[in-house]
Design a protein around this ligand. Structure first.
Ligand code: PAF
Length: 282
């Protein structure tokens, strides 16, 4: 696997692959790779000849009081994992390459509708930062396909809408959540948890499953269901950010016509914010 930080070298290497008739996949990441990211690379290897991963901790998608500075940077370990998973090319641009004139002067990509509420409500500007950097990475690599994890379900919806609205010639694939043995969705932020917090963390998924089971059996008293969910999570040491039921296809508020629903939640354990989601097929 080749690692490049220079945009021209990236473009030249990709042009060579194209000339050799290869199809290109892109897996954008912020590094600190876990089995969820590796599942994306493995899917990419199945679907394309040349797999490009990027690692860039994108300052534009972090709020002022968020974890940009403490976000784990583990390049060497990431390189070995990518190499082993069959990645062909790793792009590690610096902030100067991505935002040569600074972030304030940069054109923003803003995706209306799907970016509002949920994580977009709690993290103002976050999805503008995500859409902008993903749009740039897609333009830099010009892949045939790009793969993203379904744990960040709203992010995936934002990227799909951006790609459709801006006619970006790429096919976007969502890859299912990878969970730890106890159900906790894998996330780079799990590394912030203390041992006791880590022991409590699967409660988020468990409480969501309990809620899902009640909905499937026909309980539709959502205010009561969500209040119960909140008190169960509090008992496990969490502070709820949001719990919502949406239409899984449109991400709009679920209505009676919705047959595929999605439960989306975000909650804090100490200062660590975890998110998770569960599909509900009615
Ligand atoms: O999901 C992530 O790791 C990031 O939001 C992404 C898509 C790489 C953009 O910075």
């Amino acid at each position: 696997m080749k690692t490049l930080n220079n945009l021209q070298q990236l473009r030249d290497t990709i042009a060579e692959a194209r000339q050799a008739g290869q199809s290109i996949a892109l897996v954008p990441t912020m590094g600190n790779l876990h089995a969820g990211h590796i599942a994306l690379i493995k899917q990419a290897v199945e679907r394309a000849d040349c797999v490009v991963a990027s690692i860039f901790v994108n300052p534009l998608q972090f709020g002022a009081n968020e974890d940009l500075d403490s976000y784990p940077r583990t390049l060497e370990a990431d390189q070995s994992k990518l190499q082993e998973a069959g990645c062909n090319l790793l792009f590690i641009p610096d902030a100067q390459t991505i935002y040569p004139h600074g972030m304030e002067q940069h054109t923003l990509v803003s995706v209306p509708g799907v970016s509002t509420g949920l994580c977009g409500g709690s993290r103002p500007g976050h999805f503008d930062g995500v859409a902008t950097v993903v749009c740039k990475l897609l333009n830099m690599v010009q892949p045939d396909i790009a793969l993203f994890g379904e744990k960040d379900f709203q992010q995936l919806a934002v990227i799909r809408k951006m790609v459709a609205d801006l006619n970006i010639p790429v096919q976007v694939f969502g890859v299912p959540i990878v969970r730890d043995h106890d159900g906790l969705a894998l996330s780079s932020r799990n590394g912030y948890l203390s041992a006791p917090q880590r022991a409590n963390a699967p409660a988020l998924h468990q409480c969501m499953q309990t809620l899902k089971a009640k909905i499937i059996t026909g309980d539709r008293d959502y205010p009561a269901l969500f209040a119960q969910f909140n008190s169960e999570l509090n008992a496990a040491g969490f502070r709820l950010d949001y719990i919502e039921l949406r239409d899984a296809l449109t991400l709009e508020k679920a209505d009676l016509a919705s047959t595929q629903l999605i439960l989306l939640a975000a909650a804090y354990l100490g200062s660590t914010r975890l998110i998770d989601n569960l599909i509900i097929d009615l």
